[in-house]
Design a protein around this ligand. Sequence first.
Ligand code: SF4
Length: 328
Amino acid sequence: MYMSDALLEVNNLVKYFPIKGGVMRRTVANVRAVDGVSFALQKGETLGLVGESGCGKTTTGRVILRLEEATGGEVLFEGSDVLNVSRRRLKGLRRDMQIIFQDPYASLDPRITVGESIAEGLVIHGIGTAQERRDRVREVLGRVGLHPTHVQRFPHEFSGGQRQRIGIARALVMEPKLIICDEPVSALDVSVQSQVLNLLRNLQQEFGLTFLFIAHDLSVVEHISRRVGVMYLGKIVELTERAELFRRPMHPYTKALISAIPIPDPTVRRERIILKGDVPSPINPPSGCRFHPRCWMAREICREVEPAFEKKASGHWSACHFADEVSG
Ligand code: SF4
């Protein structure tokens, strides 16, 4: 899915985690966490990547940043082959590609001050003098809604929402082009979630950032994404514009996820689609369409032939043999 002005292109990305067994510790099986994921991200856009826990969305983000080494595929960032660049070049790319982690409690070192934590990337990359770094950290703290005097405090003195703001500041201070937001609001109270989402949206507009926004909850990506990719068992099964996805889902799994979103208006009812069974093991995915054991639309062909991830309408890709029937 090539887009010439893409900031990031991911082509057929694969990440298997080997399972070792026997006395010789040979690979006896693989956890197929990411199994052929492709998408492109244009400058300044937010692509939401959504799916149940274990679908491979977080691993996708980590492999793009080479926090995990890929098993196969290609990642191009402004044309640079991220998976094959030298360590030195990778360090440079890491400045442009930042990540915000899910757990604001675990992602901050409790032994260092917030100021030191935010300045860490600047120090590693040798950016600015000590005074310039201090000034930059204070400025960024203000941008994320914290007070510049907070630099001297330690992470335990902050609430969950404030800690996530510190996590955002750590990414922002590097002036990145791309931020991978890995479930950045999942660990927060609902009341705080929208504040952090608003902050991310404002920062994106102000600095022209590009986001890959990973979440398990479609209602979260609904409010921040321009396009949404839905992942199931290591693959993207649907990808399109946000409004189009909600108006005309073309994959039964997406339809089920949409049906699970609560509607605030008590007079409006939406029939909830309850999926049967659990997500199958990524060690031995089902034959044909991986979703077929849980799909209420499954037919004989679904058990035997894997549906291609194809363009079904303008800007709308789906991997379902019966995509046109899903919304009907
Ligand atoms: Fe369901 Fe078949 Fe479509 Fe897979 S290909 S989502 S099993 S209808």
